[in-house]
Design a protein around this ligand. Structure first.
Ligand code: DC
Length: 234
């Protein structure tokens, strides 16, 4: 057991949480599920919660921040790890949502609303509750290592150029039979980077002591091995 003492914090580091932060399209989700399968842990796809917020704003027409926060507070929200399909889903008041949240309009709205402190605060507990100490957790997002799970003893930060990420996203969309305009996709990625990195609260940045990996020229197996090498050293 390791204790880290700072000026006013005493943090007990936890070995069975791995955080993975980084910009959109960098491969966090794929890595999270590869590791989760290998280790038998759960996955927290925190972006899905922000997408739910985007969905509430765009599709359910909850116009003000306070309406969204009220809805979140009075709803029963549970995160589910579906290892079979390598996706996370949300049980929202007995209904399963997931697929309807995965489109670029919702992602952009999610990113805009993620700047708001009220929104971020409203979903902290849901994210923290995704950790079951008996099971272990791979936490994927933008502030997993910096804010939500600072106690994780392994914090990974993935990076790759916007062009590489746009290309990967285009391939994923094409595989799903969707048509893609590369220029628009690249612009959306850059716009989200801008929103996510420059906001005042919980901006996207590597947590102190992160293992930083540039995934541009690496296969998923190579990234997985780098993470596992570091995990085994803990
Ligand atoms: O990971 P994703 O692309 O599904 O996330 C959608 C948006 O949600 C992302 O652009 C920014 C926001 N987000 C965030 O602010 N903090 C997180 N931990 C995860 C996502």
């Amino acid at each position: 057991m390791i204790w880290v003492t700072g000026l006013d914090v005493i943090l007990k580091l936890v070995k069975n949480i791995i955080t993975i932060d980084g910009p959109s399209g960098v491969g966090k989700g794929t890595l999270a599920f590869t590791l989760a399968e290998r280790l038998g842990w759960n996955v927290l796809d925190s972006g899905l919660l922000y997408r739910l917020v985007g969905y509430l704003s765009l599709e359910e027409k909850l116009e003000s921040l306070s309406e969204i926060v009220l809805f979140l507070n009075k709803s029963k929200i549970k995160l589910l790890t579906n290892l079979k399909d390598s996706i996370c889903e949300i049980e929202l008041n007995e209904r399963i949502v997931g697929k309807e949240l995965r489109n670029e309009d919702i992602a952009l709205r999610a990113s805009e609303l993620a700047k708001e402190e009220e929104i971020r605060n409203a979903i902290i507990t849901i994210q923290r509750n995704a950790y079951d100490p008996e099971k272990g957790l791979i936490a994927d997002g933008r502030d997993m290592g910096t804010v939500i799970f600072p106690e994780a003893s392994l914090k990974v930060f993935l990076q790759a150029s916007p062009e590489v990420r746009a290309e990967r996203r285009a391939n994923q969309l094409k595989e799903k039979g969707m048509s893609v305009i590369m220029h628009d996709l690249l612009e959306l990625i850059k716009q989200r980077d801008e929103e996510d990195m420059n906001r005042k609260i919980s901006p996207l940045k590597p947590a102190e002591g992160s293992l930083i990996i540039d995934t541009s020229n690496l296969s998923i197996q190579e990234v997985e091995e780098k993470v596992m090498e570091n995990y085994k050293k803990l």
